[in-house]
Design a protein around this ligand. Sequence first.
Ligand SMILES: *Cc1c(COP(=O)(O)O)cnc(C)c1O
Length: 360
Amino acid sequence: MITPSPFWSPVVHGLVPYVPGEQPRLANLVKLNTNENPYPPSPRVVAAIQAAAQQGLQLYPDPESTLLRQAVARHHGLDASQVFVGNGSDEVLAHAFYAFFQQRGAPLLLPDVTYSFYQVYCGLYGIPMQVLPLDAGLRIDVAGFAQPAGQEVAGVVVANPNAPTGIGLPLAQIEQLLQLHPQRVVLVDEAYVDFGGESAVALVPRYPNLLVVHTLSKSRAVAGLRVGVAFGQQPLIEALTRVKNSFNSYPLDRLAQAGAMAAYEDVAYFEEKRAAVMHSREGLTLQLEDLGFEVLPSQANFVFARHPGFDAADLAARLRERGVLVRYFRQARIAQYLRITVGTPQQCDVLLTTLADLLR
Ligand SMILES: *Cc1c(COP(=O)(O)O)cnc(C)c1O
């Protein structure tokens, strides 16, 4: 740890950064800790990146990622003016928090157990929070997002399916959130929606306060390219574009734009791999249950599981000693859960045989 320095601004002293899961330098680890796709991207993605590398790297990329935004819009039946892209969905989320949730000291509503970056952005931008507890089944309690009349809110953020529980909300409950707060943006982070959730993208034309965020890091298998997307009506996209152009005109490089387009174009590959992950998830869930784990119902590419007889931190450490990385969170209510990314069938087998050995 580097000690604080007098050169730092007061803001830096107060920052509480996000801590990502380990990206090990060791090869041969079974890496089930950061929810990447266990499969490589489509060969067409690699070919598109190679072609882009052959031409024009000395020139800046298209600052508006026009072709990519058109491809994404076509894929979802929207107009390119309803699509924003950024350098990973984390950057898209950061711009959205800046653009919509700084509302004269009113609090942002969010669940207590969710993607922990939301609280980090609130810290970065000085946005107060009203943290609402999940119910006893670790589900988002939508009715709890209602506010007493006259009480201002800055907006709402939820992940659907939620992270790290993997539990999805039905679309009707997303609509309930949109109707509870028609004057504020409701941000729905659908990082995992392609693994069995219900997407709100089709609601964009009906709700001017809806912003849906997607990532290409999970279901489209290009975490290494850093591409995220937001869907919303044009005024919301314009706000994000203003923030982007006040921060970095060229967040997506030429290789990322080309590779991301190809990832949307190879629909057959995308369908095949997400089906494989969902199939492995069902097998993994049953076999973890056979080992005595309680597994939450997941609509994501990970499972959230606890064993009544074993401490999660201890299990994670002993798995790591044997070359298997999983994640756990030092947070009340979920401290005894392991979050395990769904791997290839082979990776799932290594995890399960290692666990069986450790539990014996
Ligand atoms: C992985 C993840 C992200 C970040 O995705 P990137 O596009 O890789 O930045 C955002 N939200 C949730 C809920 C995630 O799990």
